[in-house]
Design a binder for this molecule. Sequence first.
Ligand code: SR1
Ligand code: MG
Length: 391
Amino acid sequence: MTLLQQETYEPLTEETAIQLAKKLNIFNQEANLVCQEIGDGNLNYVFHITDRQNGQSLIIKQALPYAKVVGESWPLSLNRATIEAEALKLFKSLTPNFIPEVYYTNEALAITVMEDLSHLTIARSGLIQGENYPHLANHLGTFLANSLFFTSDYGLNPIKKKELVAKFINPDLCKITEDLIFTDPFYDTPTNEFEEELKDDTQELWEDEPLKLQVALLKKKFLTETEALLHGDLHTGSIFASYEETKIIDPEFAYFGPAGFDLGQVIANLLFQAIACEQKKEKIFAEIEQFWNVFQEKFTHLWNTQSIEPYQHLNGFLQQLIQKYFKDAIGFAGCEIIRRTIGLAHVADLDSIETLESKLVAKRRALETGRKLILNHQQYLSIKDVFKDIL
Ligand code: SR1
Ligand code: MG
């Protein structure tokens, strides 16, 4: 197999992944490599390759032409591998500390070869196990202030921005979000998954027209607003963390969309910990508050020092923009919470709760939290207002 010159797609195996790694000249030629497919996400293969002698390692991620979580009946474009690699490179140029290194990409094979982060833990698993990540909120706020500012019309030349909007057109992956976050959970759709005991709760949700109107308006934002380049799937399973470090992975859902979407995904996925475990509530609220404050302060600093917008100095402009991001974020967070509770692709924060009784309590709390965030997102003026209203 030539692999590096290959013009047609074929799924890698652990053996061909090793062959490919050898050809990249990253390991020394005599290296004794071992490979394991470790992908536990919904869409891709992830091959972990290690040199037995010196422990040097890397990751080869390969997109499959269908959604792994469902099977071959759900075809998906391989172009998402290119989108992901390009997004990683762009985000790395903006915030090098928070993004893994990309060593090699191959469009035909839909692969990205990148830094191995297995010295870190997926933040969702760590948080469930009670790990403490004292820098996580600060790092995520900093990452989003930079990514959302420097890819917006306030930090990026308008011609370059439109080129990037075109480069990151990502119809298949956006359609997944449009369906799985904004539509399916609010209708009786076959993709939904929930416990039989939640049937009445979901029925109530499906009949809640005022709620669905707000969801429709949030979906419209997702469909039509090109404010900044989003990661597009910034949940705690897309974040590696340790006590000191934070690395953001998996931006295959990247596209230009409403800035509040990424912010809301972070908020929602931290909130799952407060929903699942009452004792963690104050700590999680404090982390979300810190995340929001860091984002706001750093975005404001960039606005004041780097903005290319002639109206930048106008009193009230930045404040209104940040209020918009905030309200959108809270609305999007509500949709994400509901989707991860009764839609496709749940979260371990809720699903790993041991007894059915406690799981149902947590899932009802999740549905109620999501409902309030969606219905009231336009009324909240601060993150503290949100905390007063939920849980
Ligand atoms: C069919 S893909 C299901 C979910 O997995 C990804 O991580 C996204 O969150 C997507 O919605
Ligand atoms: Mg992912």
